[in-house]
Ligand binder design. Sequence first.
Ligand SMILES: Cc1ncc(C[n+]2csc(CCOP(=O)(O)OP(=O)(O)O)c2C)c(N)n1
Length: 225
Amino acid sequence: MTESRQDLVQRLEAQARTLRRNLWRALRAGGGGHAGGSASAADILTALYFHRMHIRPAEPEWPDRDRFVLSKGHANAALGAVLAQAGFIDDALLDRFYQFESPFGMHPDIKVAGVEMCTGALGHGLAIAIGMAFGARIQDKQFHTFVMLGDAELHEGSNWEAAMAAAHYGLDNLTPWPTSGLPSAGKCARLTATTWTISSRPWMRCRCARNGQPPSLPTQSRARA
Ligand SMILES: Cc1ncc(C[n+]2csc(CCOP(=O)(O)OP(=O)(O)O)c2C)c(N)n1
């Protein structure tokens, strides 16, 4: 039986509540961490892992799985929580967040099942995800790559170089999700590979045409106007 839209939304809302409880549990176990950045990731992670992505938690290396890269790696408490909830890792690992010899630390580590890439130094995830999307194209595979970025992270110039490359090569098998700066708001913008429109905030609005023309980045003074 197909799930109605109303049932889908109710299920995802309940799963997002569980995710939030679990990420707080991890942060408490670790004695701290990036609470805001983790909380703002919760809704998107829920939608991806419990609705959108094709994954097999019992087979984390399944070659055709969709890929997820947490470019804003400081939100790892949220990633660990969703991986536990989806069944990639033992739920007990949440209680070892940021503890001595635990693979579940402040930033994602590929030692943890389901983690695609070690991240945390901001500004690298989009380029890495582009490599994965290229990998799919070269291997003639259908998997999709998602990458989550922080809005402040978008100040790293490497993101814009990566965005231009993605637009130039027309990578339509890649979806970046910048989260808003408001913790728990769950707001996000959508960048699409065809237009690469970024609109998480009015001052970040810019377009990069598919022909690879550089985007005209707004200046800080315009930002405050
Ligand atoms: C290259 C680099 N510089 C600085 C940091 C330190 N740092 C960690 S989180 C953060 C703020 C990130 O803000 P944002 O991208 O908006 O993410 P949010 O926490 O709001 O989700 C910074 C500067 C880092 N991890 N990497």
